[in-house]
Design a protein around this ligand. Sequence first.
Ligand SMILES: Nc1nc2c(ncn2[C@@H]2O[C@H](COP(=O)(O)OP(=O)(O)OP(=O)(O)O)[C@@H](O)[C@H]2O)c(=O)[nH]1
Ligand SMILES: [Zn+2]
Length: 293
Amino acid sequence: MIVAHLGVAVEVLFDDGERHQVRVKRSSGHVVGDSVLVRGEVLERRPRNTELRRRDGRGAVHLVGANLDVLGVVVAPRPLPPSGFVDRAIVAARAAGLQPFIIVNKEDLDGAAELTAELRALYGASLPVFSLSAKAGVGLDLLRQFMAEGHRGAFVGTTGVGKSSLLNALCPDLGLAVGELCEARGVGRHTTTVATLHSLAGGGELIDTPGFRDFGLVDIVVDELIVHFPGFEQAMMVRCRFRDCRHRAEPGCAVTALVEKGALAEGRYQAYLDLLSEIENAQDEARRREWKN
Ligand SMILES: Nc1nc2c(ncn2[C@@H]2O[C@H](COP(=O)(O)OP(=O)(O)OP(=O)(O)O)[C@@H](O)[C@H]2O)c(=O)[nH]1
Ligand SMILES: [Zn+2]
C-alpha cells in the first residue's frame, strides 16, 4: 500500500510490515491509499474502490487519495461553517462513494453545544455526529472507536476549524503546525506537497494532504445533489417517477410527497432548493464560459 507520496518517489508499506521507497514518474498517477504490486522499480496498481478529488486555487482537479471509505466534515462554533458547506461536503463524499460523518470541534467554546444539537437534529438520522475538543483532548474516544472499526478517512473543513489540531490529537507523532501558513514553515509554493497515510494507534487510518486541507472538495453537480442530499435517504428508497427528477414540482416526486406528509422537514427541503439553484446557476455559468472560448 502507498502510505506516502514524496513527489519523485512513493513509500510503500508491504504486507510483512516493511517500508521501502520506490521512484515514480510524476505522471504515474499513483496516490496515497493505492494498493500496488511492486516488481522491481515498476508499480502495478490494483483497481481502486474509491477516489477522492479536490480542486486547487486555479480550478485544477487533483486526486487526494484512493480507497478511502469515510470523510470527516469538521466544523466549529468559530469560524462557523458557511451556509450550505456541510450539505455540499456530505453530497461530495457520497458521490465519491465515501460515508460522511460530522465532527464539531472546539466543544470548549460558547455556542458549541447549540451547534452540535442543531447538527444532530438535521443530520443525526443520516450519519454520525461527534462533538469534541482537539485542543483540550476531550471527547476524542468516540471518534477513535469509530475509526477503529477499520475506516480510512480524511478531514475537510474551512480554514481555522482545527483540522490540523485534530490530526495532531489523533496522531501524536505527527507534529503538524497549527494555525500557521505553510510558508511560515519554510515550505515554498513550489515544494512538492507530501501526502501521507497515518495509522491510528487503536486502528483505522487518516490521510493528510496539506492542499486538501486548504482548498477542500471539488464542486458537486446537480445529478449528485438530487440523489445524495442528506435527509432524502427515505425518498431515494422509493424513487421518483422521473429518474432525473429535481424534486421541484415534478409529478410523482417522492421527495415532495414526504414534505407534504410532514415526514421531511420544510427547512431541509428549502435548504435543498437553495443549493440546487446555486449549483444550477454555477453550471450554467460554466457552460456559457465554455461557449465563449
Ligand atoms: N478553543 C479551541 N480552539 C481550538 C481547538 N482546536 C483547534 N483550535 C484552534 O483553532 C485554530 C485553528 O486550528 P488549526 O488546527 O490550525 O485549524 P485548521 O482547520 O487546520 O486550519 P487550516 O490549516 O487553515 O485549514 C488554532 O488557533 C487552534 O489552536 C479546540 O478544540 N478548542
Ligand atoms: Zn423527485
